[in-house]
Design a protein around this ligand. Structure first.
Ligand SMILES: [Zn+2]
Ligand SMILES: [Zn+2]
Length: 495
């Protein structure tokens, strides 16, 4: 038996995602079913597609406005307003309350399909329920809006929709909407990346790392062995430290804002920075220095000429370090190596040295201050370029300001270097365990990196070898050459 009850549905899909029209159809189908079960007639539906009912969606909902106008004008023509769920109607309390008053005045009740309940706006209890629903809907909507805004901002900054996922990462997409969900670590590839950073930090050369990767059969995603250039590219990629550089148009590669990325880091930021400092060290670029197979070649100096010593072998003699300026000063490689090695281990094992070096690396307040100021100065330089581009500042004024900032930047970079523990040492100090054992096990390139740092004027002193001053044999060993006699010739030159 049909009743004279008429229900007009209000349908709305807020998400503009794929399949929205189906959703409107589904809502209508469900309300239609509700109506036929209860012998109500189904009136003309109001439908707002793809427009969120919340104040955070900056669009007009045409049919919602029409619905309110109909209620006000008495042209609604039904006794029931049908909703698929409460939040479909409105997510704004200040929109909802007047609407309820209009519904009450027109003696229209509200059917909510998903809970299967009828609400009468004239009934105080029902009214309270409907208003509470509006408060909750508005609250949830505000939460969503905040989340959406944050995501949009993050995406704008991260820019990760562009390009492919770099080696070490892959991206996960929502199978339904095709939306990018997150960038996750590919364990096997991440292992290669960590290995590259560990070894560079320990003082290996790019070249030796590249060769070892090739021998280990590591391939790029394109299936080729990694070239030295590719390895360098990986070793300088901010992405792996969990950072995203959002580049503005800045000259000479400087500048751009660095954001914390939305993806997990593969290497620690401190390690990343340490490796950058190693790669930026110009001394490392010379082949002779970087690939020496001898512990102190180009590190030990001739005391007379203040020239580096290099190795050579003549006839059947053992290896010697000789003055590169050819003054004739030479010394047994084996003995000098042994002395230098013991001195380095002894120095790094001293508790006070350990404390001093690890403290300065860990970030003393002074270092923190220098780094913060450096970041500020670099930001100023970036802003200056933007101001100049937007013609908010004259070229002359910009030039003067740039000179000032760049002078300060240079000074701060120098201070930062002085306050930071040299990266080669940091790797050894932070690895734990016995320093002698670790240094002995390290490859020559790593040992040389440590020697270069420790045997510097700032720490133990530069290792300078003078001429032989006596022909007498050593009193202790009764030998013509021994560590004692070599030790007596060394001048530990300090700054
Ligand atoms: Zn010399
Ligand atoms: Zn001796």
């Amino acid at each position: 038996m049909p009743t004279d009850e008429v229900m007009r549905p209000y349908l709305r899909v807020s998400d503009n995602k794929r399949g929205q029209s189906e959703s409107v159809k589904e809502q209508l189908a469900e309300l239609d079913e509700d109506a036929s079960e209860r012998a109500w007639q189904l009136g003309e539906p109001y439908a707002d597609d793809g427009i969120s009912a919340s104040q955070y969606a900056e669009k007009v909902r045409g049919d919602f406005t029409k619905l309110l106008a109909d209620l006000r004008a008495g042209t609604f023509g039904a006794s029931i307003l049908g909703l698929w769920e409460l939040s479909r109607f409105s997510r704004q309390v200040d929109e909802w309350a007047p609407a309820l008053r209009l519904l009450e005045a027109a003696s229209v009740r509200v059917w909510v399909s998903d809970v299967g309940k009828m609400y009468d706006p004239a009934d105080p209890d029902d009214r309270a329920t409907l208003l509470t629903g509006a408060v909750r809907a508005e609250y949830e909507s505000a939460q969503t809006s905040r989340r959406v805004k944050r995501t949009v901002r993050q995406k704008a900054r991260a820019g990760w929709m562009h390009g492919q996922a770099p080696y070490g990462y892959r991206r996960e997409y929502d199978p339904e909407t095709g939306k990018l969900l997150r960038q996750v670590i590919v364990p096997d590839e991440a292992k290669v990346i960590r290995d590259i950073f560990d070894r560079l930090e320990a003082g290996h050369t790019l070249r030796s790392v590249t060769i070892d990767l090739r021998d280990a059969g590591v391939r790029s995603r394109a299936g080729r062995p990694l070239s030295e250039q590719v390895v360098r590219g990986m070793a300088t990629r901010d992405t792996y430290a969990g950072r995203r550089r959002h580049s503005t148009r800045a000259a000479n590669g400087r500048g751009g804002q660095v954001y914390e990325a939305a993806w997990p880091a593969i290497v620690k930021p401190e390690q990343f920075d340490a490796v950058q400092s190693i790669l930026n060290n110009p001394a490392r670029r010379t082949n002779r220095d970087g690939q020496g197979r001898h512990f102190l070649s180009m590190i030990a100096m001739c005391d007379r000429c203040v020239a580096p010593m290099t190795t050579s072998q003549r006839g059947g003699e053992p290896w010697h370090y000789r003055c590169h300026a050819n003054c004739g000063i030479q010394v047994s490689e084996e003995l000098l190596d042994r002395i230098a090695f013991d001195v380095i281990v002894g120095y790094l094992s001293r508790p006070d040295v350990y404390e001093e070096l690890t403290r300065s690396r860990g970030g003393s307040p002074e270092l923190e201050r220098v780094r913060a100021r450096l970041a500020e100065v670099r930001r100023n330089l970036v802003e200056l370029e933007a101001d100049l581009a937007a013609e908010r500042i004259t070229i002359k004024a910009a030039g003067a300001a740039e000179r000032k900032w760049m002078a300060e930047e240079e000074q701060l970079v120098r201070q930062e270097r002085e306050l930071s523990t040299p990266p080669a040492l940091a790797a050894f100090l932070n690895a734990g365990g016995d320093i002698r054992e670790r240094l002995e096990a390290a490859p020559m390139s790593a040992r040389r990196a440590v020697a270069r740092e420790v045997l510097s004027p700032d720490l133990v002193g530069q290792l300078r070898v003078g001429k032989v001053t006596t022909n007498r044999w050593c009193d202790e060993c009764r030998k013509p050459t021994c560590v004692h006699r070599v030790l007596a010739r060394i001048n530990w030159h300090r700054a």
